[in-house]
Write a protein that binds this ligand. Sequence first.
Ligand code: TNX
Length: 561
Amino acid sequence: MNIVPVEQSLWPSPTSVQPQPGAWHLPSRVTTSVQHPEIAEPEVIEALWFLRPIGPSPSQSADIRVRGADVPPGAYRLAVDAERGVDIGILDRAGLLAAAATLRQLLPDDAWRPTPVTRDAWSVPAAVVDDQPVHQWRGLMIDVARHYLPVNQVLRYIDLVAMHKLNVLHLHLSDNQGWRVESRCRPRLNEVASWRPETAVGHPLGAIINSENSLTFDGTPHGGLYTHADLAAIAAHGRARGVTVVPEIDLPGHCAALLAAVPELATSVAPARSHPDAFASLGPATISPVPSALALIGELLGEVASAVGGPYLHVGGDEADLSEWETAPEVVEHRKTLALPDVAALRRHLDQTLASTVVELDRLPIFWDEAFTAGGLDKRALVMSWRGDSIGLRAAAAGHDVIMAPVDPTYLDYAEIDHADEPVALGYGNDVARLAAWAPPFGGPGRVLGCHAPIWTEAVPDARLLDYRVFPRLCVLAQAAWSGRPTDWPGRREALDRHCARLLAAGVEFRPLDGPLPWQRGGTGARRWTGGVPVETVGAFLAQQADDELSTASPDRPATN
Ligand code: TNX
């Protein structure tokens, strides 16, 4: 496997690598020093935590020397000399963490074990690496609502995100099938909405594709909740690794679990709800936009924001079925009081209220792109574009900061190929080659902040399958996010194979590039492959839908017309 020299297998590939003669052999105890106006010794030691078995500890005549340097934010120069050891030049802590990640990749794969081991003396090939990120937002979204991901796994994912020089972990904390944040103001959320008695198995849209009656359920309770202490620990671990944790509460749609626990948030025409346990055919699951409901939503958002901290709060906005707002008398009355002509205007008003609420919580609001096509979106809001690059560019042109997360090709819940060996998935076609051919388009200076790969978990019940779906495709996304360019494919295949050895050491159960291992296959049981929709069909459909919305509504229409 080790045919590619290690400095050519760095992933994502740095801006420039100049190999030098020889290798630096690490001493049995490694020492560090720092000369930087803003970075103190403990931060250096923490950044080099993977060297713990052999130190590191401060010393004047250090092996690893960190200095302030005139490089851009997040950038670094890493010089490894066979005799003198390592010099790291950085402007900020993001640069220090990126340099540390590169140094760790230059070490033997054992350096990637969760508890690093030094069986043999370690050495690092001498090289000078100059490197800087092109995009400032480089992320992974995990849907922890459809299937809960235990805290230790979330912490592990923070490490895996940082390993690839990604810097955002977005947690989709609420959806129809679950609410995952401890609530102190509405404890029924903890008791009712955090678990369901069973889960539908098979294709996530089985109810639509095969008709309702064919749904089968697993008969197994599923659930989980992050306490405020859990979320604080997750956010703190993120900070230590340079990963911003972005919480999302999906509103006003995708709220069945919330409504099951807090029925006073529903409209008066909503059916009484119990635990949602299937993934389709739910009907509207939309909160009421009346002031009493929005006051409570404000309280819940406040709880989430203070539990997680950080600069952002994502408030969803996707796929909202507003039909109940047409008929529920109290909603009609509220709309008339506001002198709003129709439900579309009421939605713009709701988005404005949510944006203002988030700003008052001292966070920046993020919405899925439907909130942009609905029109009048507050310019302080970031837009996460899932229905294609083109809608994201339109939002950027309108003045929003934009994160590109197009279904085609960044959705990691889609299988790579249509094959009986695959575990069941919504659709297929986002293979490594398709993702490698993509990079986020630039939308004018600073407007396209970067990109994001979402993994929705309707058909991803546990961390093992999560690993299988996420890796190595996330590595390819990371290459685009870091370099701003598509990945040379299959030109970088050997390098990715080499990098997969690091994933293996890190304990990641990735999908081998040649296809699943026997125990990763779909088999004939609960996760049997059932076919699905090709991602290009879904991508084209969604892009058309977004386009149609834009041509019927002016995105610059004010919120209150
Ligand atoms: C659309 S993307 C959704 C999710 C689904 C996903 C499945 C988005 C903002 N909403 O609720 O899980 O498709 O691919």
